[in-house]
Design a protein around this ligand. Structure first.
Ligand code: HEC
Ligand code: HEC
Length: 284
């Protein structure tokens, strides 16, 4: 039923049931043989049954792409991570300090951080993404220029900061001071955008597991972001991916780092509560 609606909404786009469901019993994998990753968990209660399970995008990729993510030696994102590790230790800006001067070893001080963002920042009185937090340190704590929100420097730093959280469950708070932003994100998720009048849910809630053009549709989870895209030979941030998906509905997109995308990120992150942090993952 729902598929028929989508089909008629997007005449040009072939949408086919794949029958390529993930194998029953495969609920995860290991990175480097020692970091267990859970790829399916019961959906969070706040989804009110909209999904029965939250499923990682890893399950929808072919076995060669999956394999790249299972070993850091094969994961092309690791080059950017190494570069970011150098940046972490480099003094920048007028204050002349490095990230390490204040935060110490990234693999110790950033344990668990990636799993809880976006989150409320009490001092600033706003919901902050990891990228906002990094830019805040650059401009306020280091006297340096902010990085482009979805640029290569930021993506690499987000990847580096994610590493010590790999395997930890995504655990984004949705209540208290963030509740209204979360509601805004939820509303966006179900709003039909563009000439094609498609919402995020049209594709990622009602049609995951189906093929759209040549793509095997996932739930559009962000537990694996930033991801290395083989097609672009580079890292793509969450907001970079959002932009691409909104454009696919032939709508004007919001800007990376805009309050709209911050709200959407909070909501989408919360749809994956319980999935393992996988970033930086690999995508075609
Ligand atoms: C002069 C000290 C200083 C430097 C240099 C600095 N930070 Fe920070 N950073 C802080 C403080 C203080 C906080 C917590 C206060 C806040 O949230 O505003 C923080 C918070 C953060 C957080 C959020 C952590 C959390 O617990 O949620 C991240 C991520 C972060 N910094 C990344 C960086 C990165 C990346 C760099 C280098 C580009 C950097 N910081 C440089 C002082 C610094
Ligand atoms: C026309 C269908 C369509 C719509 C509408 C759509 N997307 Fe996507 N999206 C895709 C396709 C195709 C992919 C690539 C295959 C996959 O991972 O599902 C994708 C991938 C993603 C991914 C990457 C998932 C991963 O694990 O790599 C995220 C995140 C995402 N979409 C979020 C969104 C959000 C948020 C919206 C609403 C603003 C949205 N999408 C709207 C088709 C769509």
């Amino acid at each position: 039923m729902k598929m028929t609606v989508l089909k008629s909404a997007i005449a040009g786009l072939a949408l086919v049931a794949t029958g390529v469901m993930a194998e029953e019993g495969t609920v995860g994998f290991e990175i480097n043989g020692d970091i267990p990753i859970v790829t399916r968990v019961p959906a969070a209660a706040h989804l009110d049954g909209a999904l029965s399970e939250a499923i990682s995008g890893w399950e929808y990729r072919d076995s060669s792409t999956q394999a790249m993510q299972m070993d850091d030696f094969d994961n092309p994102a690791m080059l950017a991570v190494e570069q970011a590790a150098e940046v972490w230790n480099t003094a920048m800006g007028t204050v002349g300090k490095s990230c390490a001067d204040c935060h110490g070893d990234v693999n110790e001080s950033m344990i668990g951080i990636r799993a809880t963002y976006p989150k409320w920042n009490e001092k600033a009185g706003e919901v902050r993404t990891l990228a906002m937090q990094v830019n805040n340190c650059l401009t306020e704590n280091m006297g340096a220029e902010a990085w482009k929100y979805d640029g290569a420097d930021m993506a690499a730093m987000e990847a580096l900061i994610s590493i010590p959280s790999r395997g930890m469950p995504v655990n984004v708070a949705i209540d208290g001071p963030v509740a209204s932003v979360w509601e805004q994100g939820k509303e966006m998720y179900y709003t039909r955008y563009g000439q094609l009048e498609l919402s995020c849910a049209s594709c990622h809630e009602l049609n995951y597991d189906n093929l759209i053009r040549a793509d095997h549709l996932s739930q559009g989870q962000i537990n694996a972001f930033p991801v290395y895209r083989l097609k672009d030979t580079g890292l793509v941030t969450t907001h970079g991916r959002f932009k691409g998906c909104v454009r696919d509905t032939r709508a004007e997109t919001f800007a990376a780092g805009s309050p709209e995308f911050v709200a959407l990120e909070l909501y989408v992150a919360s749809r994956g509560n319980g999935l393992s942090v996988e970033a930086p993952a690999v995508r075609p």
